[in-house]
Design a protein around this ligand. Structure first.
Ligand code: AMP
Length: 225
């Protein structure tokens, strides 16, 4: 099954994708993570993307589309994956649909994480990431056992540069102007589902599991098809 996660930054898409990967074996493909890795390693993609990311703007479509289509093509199991942070424009979504239809692996569900502005701002401002393994924490909602240290690998935690107040504002503006219209795009295809991103992670996961169970019993959406 192929799934797209939609919603503003801070809606909890990444958190749920990690849980779905651990519990249900989906491959989690996060555009933001892949881009950050490229920036860290100073690759050609990283060099082109860095300034856009730091300003909270979208990286140009052609760079992101090529990067993500290559990632999907090269993944060991192309069948069951979650796209987190991609597509982010209708143009990206159309390109993705074209490529996946050639591979006979269409997107089965798009899940919209409907989330209030208040939740999003609180989450982004308190978010911390592991500098080594990328694990996600929140200083209040999901603190590590030892302050500033990753539970999983012991490396130090850091705050993303684009989680600063000014850049958060810009990212939310970009979401409203360029990404929100994807909700209609997938709704028109009849594959849109909705969860409340305001709930705590365990509850969101229960709702997602239910959605997956329902879709799994529908012929159009069988896992692994
Ligand atoms: P995220 O980790 O999903 O919040 O993404 C971090 C940043 O990476 C975004 O603010 C954009 O600059 C860039 N980015 C991630 N996904 C995309 C995408 N699909 N298209 C363009 N830029 C993206």
């Amino acid at each position: 099954m192929r799934m797209v996660l939609l919603g503003p930054p801070g809606a909890g898409k990444g958190t749920q994708a990690v849980i779905l990967q651990e519990k249900k074996g989906f491959l989690h493909l996060s555009t933001g993570d892949i881009l950050r890795e490229n920036v860290k390693n100073n690759t050609d993609i990283g060099k082109k993307a860095k300034a856009f990311m730091e300003k909270g703007e979208l990286v140009p479509d052609d760079i992101v589309i090529e990067m993500m289509l290559n990632t999907i093509e090269n993944s060991r199991d192309k069948k069951d994956f979650i796209l987190d942070g991609f597509p982010r424009t209708v143009y990206q979504a159309k390109k993705l649909d074209n490529e996946l239809s050639k591979l006979k692996l269409p997107i089965d569900i798009a899940v919209y994480f409907k989330t209030s502005l208040k939740t999003v701002i609180l989450r982004l401002a308190g978010r911390r990431l592991c500098s080594k393994c990328g694990a996600n924490y929140h200083i209040v909602n999901m603190p590590p056992k030892k302050q500033g240290v990753c539970d999983k690998c012991g490396a130090g935690l850091y705050q993303r540069k684009d989680d600063s107040e000014e850049t958060i504002k810009k990212r939310l503006e970009v979401y409203d102007n360029q990404t929100k219209e994807l909700i209609d795009y997938y709704n028109t295809q009849g594959i849109l589902k909705e969860v409340s991103g305001d709930m705590e992670a365990g509850k969101v996961y229960s709702e997602l599991s239910e959605i997956l169970n329902t879709c799994g019993s529908d012929d159009r959406h069988k896992v692994g098809k």
